[in-house]
Design a protein around this ligand. Structure first.
Ligand SMILES: Nc1ncnc2c1ncn2[C@@H]1O[C@H](COP(=O)(O)OP(=O)(O)O)[C@@H](O)[C@H]1O
Ligand SMILES: [Mg+2]
Length: 360
């Protein structure tokens, strides 16, 4: 199988630019996720790869095969792209049995009857639905329908699998099991996969790499670990997991470290981040990285407790202190209305002050 390559892909609807100059290369066998909030252009990107919508400019290739080229007007018909597609709504044909649903794309591709029957058996076995070939969609649970939809996408052995929020109609427990199962199947088949979701936990759990999107652009591309631990900007830091943003002013910048003054005059040391910084900045710190300590000291702030919740495995508190209001998570119950918290410099990263859309 070959790599999927998008080059300078732009897709506009009238004067809305849904996808803005995206370049991306997905190596053969990789599980890549497009992750971002609703409306950021994930489905539009996926559909253009499938050929269900027409890109405005750029190129889409699988290895040496050009699927789309905006320069010379090349655009291969969807049924000739050899791509398997699964949507959020399973969209099985309701008047056809499971077996007939799977036979349909094979008939479309002129696969003979003997071969069809063999492949349908294989595909249903893959999704553990071998016993259900004669059932109708309405006789299946949501999870089973979703497996059949996946089998239908795999039955003609596509070189590329595209999945658009395929698990979002399942309830939470089933969704968690389905994503593990889906990932295992993908690894076994080694089919190059582009997966679309707005659910960051799901993206972290299943992906080899994640492309974080916002407003039609890729904000960061990296492994789940890279995205979580070294977010490229405040948007990514906020969207993946959650981050606190403490407001302050940059007073000193020395190699990888910076000193920031907060509104009460206290000075925090933090990672300097990547961008050019001056003046107003925010210090991004994850709730689980803030430490509750007993006394004042370096990088330690005095805070007031303003709210809290017991989450079963952990306590979560809202505190007010220098730099604003922020959230902390800890294994220990906080019994006093005031506390000292330490912001470990190695867990804190600076971003530009104007790069955070809303600070609570
Ligand atoms: N057929 C269409 N006509 C006009 N605008 C569209 C169409 N499809 C999507 N858009 C717009 O393009 C943007 C991206 O949409 P979409 O790719 O569906 O987002 P996502 O899948 O990330 O939620 C949105 O602003 C959406 O309103
Ligand atoms: Mg979508």
């Amino acid at each position: 199988m070959a790599d999927l390559i998008l080059e300078q892909l732009t897709i506009a609807y009238g004067n809305v630019t849904a996808v803005d100059n995206i370049s991306l290369s997905v190596p053969s066998g990789e599980f890549l996720t497009l992750l971002g909030p609703s409306g950021c252009g994930k489905s539009t990107t996926l559909f253009s790869i499938a050929g269900l919508n027409q890109a405005t400019s750029g190129t889409i290739r699988i290895g040496d095969t050009v699927l789309f080229n905006g320069e010379n007007g090349t655009s291969i018909e969807p049924e000739h792209r050899n791509i398997g597609l699964v949507f959020q709504s399973y969209a099985l044909w309701p008047h056809m049995s499971v077996g007939e649903n799977l036979a349909f794309p094979l008939k479309l591709r002129k696969v003979n009857k003997t071969e069809r029957e063999k492949r349908i058996k294989e595909a249903l076995a893959l999704v553990e639905m071998a016993a259900f070939a004669d059932r109708y969609p309405f006789e299946l649970s949501g999870g089973q329908q979703q497996r059949v939809a996946l089998a239908r996408a795999l039955v003609y052995r596509p070189g590329l699998l595209l999945l658009d929020e395929p698990l979002s109609n399942l309830d939470a427990k089933l969704r968690e099991r389905a994503r593990i199962w889906l990932r295992e199947l993908q690894e076994r088949l080694q089919v190059t996969t582009v997966y679309v979701t707005h659910d960051q936990a799901e993206a972290l759990a299943v992906s080899d790499r994640i492309a974080v999107m916002s407003e039609g652009r890729i904000r960061q591309l990296g492994t789940p670990k890279e995205i979580y631990e070294t977010p490229a900007d405040a948007f990514v830091a906020d969207f993946i997991g959650s981050s606190n943003f403490l407001k302050g002013k940059l007073i000193e910048h020395n190699g990888p470290w910076a000193n920031v003054q907060l509104d009460d005059g206290s000075v925090l040391r933090a990672g300097a981040g990547k961008g050019e910084l001056a003046g107003d900045v925010v210090i991004a710190i994850r709730p689980e990285r803030i430490e509750v300590v007993n006394e004042p000291g370096q990088n330690i702030l005095r805070v007031d407790l303003v709210g809290g919740a017991y989450l079963g495995s952990i306590y979560q508190y809202e505190v007010k202190g220098p730099g604003g209001q922020y959230r902390i998570q800890t294994n220990h119950e906080m019994t006093d209305k005031q506390a000292y918290v330490r912001i470990p410099p190695e867990a804190a990263t600076l971003f530009r002050g104007d790069s955070v859309p809303q600070i609570g």
